[in-house]
Design a protein around this ligand. Structure first.
Ligand SMILES: Cc1cc2nc3c(=O)[nH]c(=O)nc-3n(C[C@H](O)[C@H](O)[C@H](O)COP(=O)(O)O)c2cc1C
Length: 208
């Protein structure tokens, strides 16, 4: 059953700090983020693997002390680009031309179309649009991790401006959006066995 791994997963509250995710597993998870779909393929975000213990301790403070931030094996911070503009679209078209071995001119119509989609948005709307892409990649990551029997706690319970300061994101044209703490559940996590609270299929789905 494909949904089996989604039944196994839960937003892990208590990680086993000794149970590390291997480098190979981490790379596999990152590959899933890299391969996640995004609007036009722009991937307007960066994922930061925060390994420095002192930074993780500061981030824990900025996340109302939530222990997952320091006890999970890895803390990934999804940060969106705050400067999604014509230059960013041009960079994407450059990459597409190079990757597919076609001339830039053959992609001119595509570039104009994407530029139009970006330019019609005011800066704050561009950030919201970028955040949507980051959340989608987070969803792909959650599902991939569950298939690998790796636990995740997705988190947005943190002060974004504080995290931006801790990681020096603003000056890099980035803004923190959401976290994924990755690791393995502690054997005594009391929340692991809780029944899933979910809307019924009738409430959640409709056919027209
Ligand atoms: C975007 C997002 C942000 C979340 N933020 C937090 C958080 O800051 N701390 C936390 O413990 N859980 C957080 N959660 C976990 C949710 O509370 C959890 O996914 C939800 O209650 C459903 O439970 P389940 O994932 O265990 O099935 C977050 C989940 C998502 C998707």
């Amino acid at each position: 059953m494909l949904s089996g791994h989604m039944k196994w997963r839960y937003a892990t509250k208590k990680f086993d700090p000794a149970a590390k995710v291997s480098e190979a597993e981490l790379q596999e998870l990152l590959l899933n983020i890299q391969l996640a779909p995004t609007s036009y393929g722009l991937q307007p975000f960066k994922v930061i693997d925060v390994r420095t213990p002192a930074l993780r301790a500061q981030i824990r403070e900025a996340a109302i002390g939530q222990p997952q931030t320091t006890e999970g094996s890895h803390l990934l911070v999804f940060a969106v680009r705050t400067d999604l503009d014509s230059a960013a679209v041009a960079q994407f078209i450059d990459l597409a031309a190079k990757t597919r071995g076609v001339s830039r001119e053959t992609l001119a119509q595509r570039e104009t179309h994407i530029q139009g989609a970006v330019n019609k948005l005011i800066p704050s709307e561009r950030i919201i649009w970028a955040q949507k892409q980051a959340y989608l990649a987070l969803g792909v990551l959650v599902s991939a991790a569950a298939q690998m029997q790796i636990d995740i706690c997705p988190m947005e319970g943190f002060d974004r401006s504080q995290v931006d300061k801790i990681l020096g994101l603003t000056e890099q044209g980035l803004a923190s959006t959401v976290f994924a703490v990755i690791g393995h559940r502690a054997s005594d996590d009391p929340t692991a066995g809780l029944a899933k609270v979910r809307k019924s299929t009738n409430q959640l789905f409709m056919t027209v």
